[in-house]
Design a protein around this ligand. Structure first.
Ligand code: TXA
Ligand code: MG
Length: 342
C-alpha cells in the first residue's frame, strides 16, 4: 500500500491538509496523526472493520483494547453510559490533555475496540492537529500508539515512517511530540478511581482532584508486581529496544561504577542525565536524556533514545530517575523496556 504523507504545521493546523486525512478515516482507512503525547494510529471507532485494520497494521494482539479519541466533552458523552456532568469538575480540568479516563462503554462502540470489555478509555487530546482531525472527520477515533507492537511509541515523524510506511493509507506528520510518553490512564469505572498507567499528568496532580485515587503497586512496573493486570495491554512486552537494555536502579551518583562496568562489557551506550554525564569515561558513548531538574525533558527524549541505538552498539545501560512527578512514568517505561534490572 502506498502511504500518503502529509506534513502539517503543529501550530497552524492546516485545514485543507487535515481534511484530506479526515476523508481517509471516513472511508474506513487508517491515518497516523500527532498528539501531545505520542503519535496515534487512528481509525473510525464506530467501524469494526476499520478498527480491525489497526490490529493488523501494528501486529497487535486482539485482547489489548484501544483508546477512543474525541474532540469535545459532548462527543465523549455519546460513547459512555456514565453521566459526564457528574464528573464535570474533573473532565473540564483534565481535558483536553494527556489523560485517558475509563468509563462504562455505550453500546455503539464495537467490541473489537474494547477487546470485549464493558468499559472504554476516552481521551480528548490537546494537540491542535489531533483535535482538527477528529472535528473535521466528525467521528470518534480509536487509536493506539502508531508503533509496531512491542516497539517504543513514536515521538517523532521519522519513527512513524519507520514503523508504518506502506502499512497504512495516510500519515499526518508534525515533527516531535510534546510530552513523548503516553497519556496517564485513570479508571473511573470501578469503586475507587484507580491509576492504570502513569503518564505526563502526575499522581501528585491527580490526587489534588481525586484525593482517594488508588495507585496500585504495578504502576511502578517493578518485577515483583507483575501479577494480574488491570489494563489488559500491560502483560505484553513493551518498548523493546533492538539491543539489550540494562536498567541500574538507584541514584547514579552512587552506582556509576556499576553502570560503567556494564557498559565496558560490550560496545554500549549509556543513557544518563546532564548532571551525571561527567561520571562516565569519555570513551563510552552517552545519550543525555535531559536534566534531573526537569524530568519532562527526560520524558520527551526517552523513546527516541530507546529506538535509535545504531548498528554498532550491542547494549544500552540506563540510569534511573526519581519516581516523583513524571518520573514515575519514566521509570514505568524504563522498567518495561529493560531486559535486566540491576
Ligand atoms: O497517549 C496515549 O494514550 C496514546 C495516544 C495515541 O493517545 N495512545 C496509547 O494507546 O498509548 P495504546 O493502545 O498504546 O495504549 C492504551 C492502553 C493499553 O495499555 C490498554 O490496555 C489500555 O490503554 N486500555 C484501553 N482501554 C482500556 C480499558 N477499557 N480498560 C483498561 N485499560 C484499557
Ligand atoms: Mg502503545
Amino acid at each position: 500500500m502506498k502511504t500518503e504523507k502529509l506534513f502539517v504545521d503543529a501550530d497552524k493546523s492546516d485545514k485543507g491538509i487535515i481534511s484530506r486525512a479526515a476523508r481517509y478515516l471516513q472511508k474506513g482507512e487508517l491515518v497516523a496523526f500527532p498528539t501531545e503525547t505520542v503519535y496515534g494510529l487512528g481509525a473510525n471507532a464506530l467501524d469494526a472493520k476499520a478498527v480491525n485494520r489497526i490490529f493488523e497494521a501494528k501486529g497487535r494482539p486482539q485482547d489489548n483494547p484501544l483508546i477512543v479519541h474525541v474532540s469535545s466533552i459532548e462527543m465523549a458523552q455519546e460513547l459512555v453510559l456514565d453521566d459526564l456532568s457528574d464528573y464535570k469538575w474533573l473532565v473540564e480540568l483534565l481535558w483536553p490533555g494527556p489523560v485517558t479516563i475509563i468509563f462504562r462503554k455505550a453500546r455503539k462502540i464495537p467490541d473489537i475496540v474494547t477487546a470485549g470489555l464493558p468499559t472504554v478509555g476516552i481521551r480528548f487530546p490537546s494537540h491542535p492537529v489531533a483535535q482538527k482531525l477528529i472535528e473535521i472527520a466528525g467521528l470518534p477515533i480509536a487509536a493506539p500508539s502508531a508503533n509496531l507492537s512491542g516497539r517504543p511509541s513514536p515521538t517523532d515523524e521519522f519513527h512513524v515512517i519507520e514503523d508504518m510506511d506502506g502499512r497504512i493509507a495516510c500519515m499526518l506528520l508534525a515533527g516531535k511530540t510534546l510530552f513523548g510518553l503516553e497519556s496517564t490512564i485513570v479508571d473511573l469505572s470501578r469503586g475507587k478511581p484507580t491509576l492504570l498507567r502513569p503518564g505526563p499528568i502526575s499522581v501528585e496532580r491527580l490526587k489534588t482532584l481525586l484525593p482517594d485515587l488508588e495507585v496500585p503497586e504495578f504502576v511502578k512496573a517493578e518485577e515483583k508486581y507483575s501479577g494480574p493486570a488491570l489494563a489488559p495491554g500491560m502483560k505484553y512486552r513493551h518498548y523493546s529496544p533492538k539491543i539489550e537494555l540494562i536498567l541500574v536502579e538507584g541514584d547514579p551518583r552512587e552506582r556509576y561504577k556499576e553502570i560503567t562496568d556494564f557498559a565496558f562489557e560490550k560496545n554500549s551506550i549509556i543513557l544518563c542525565s546532564r548532571e551525571t554525564a561527567h561520571l562516565y569515561p569519555r570513551e563510552i558513548r552517552r545519550i543525555v536524556l535531559g536534566s534531573r531538574e526537569n524530568l519532562y525533558e527526560v520524558a520527551a527524549n526517552l523513546f527516541d533514545a530507546l529506538r535509535e541505538p545504531g548498528e554498532e552498539f550491542e547494549r544500552m545501560v540506563s540510569e534511573s530517575f526519581p519516581e516523583s512527578g513524571v518520573g514515575l512514568a519514566i521509570m514505568n517505561r524504563l522498567r518495561k523496556a529493560a531486559w535486566k534490572i540491576m
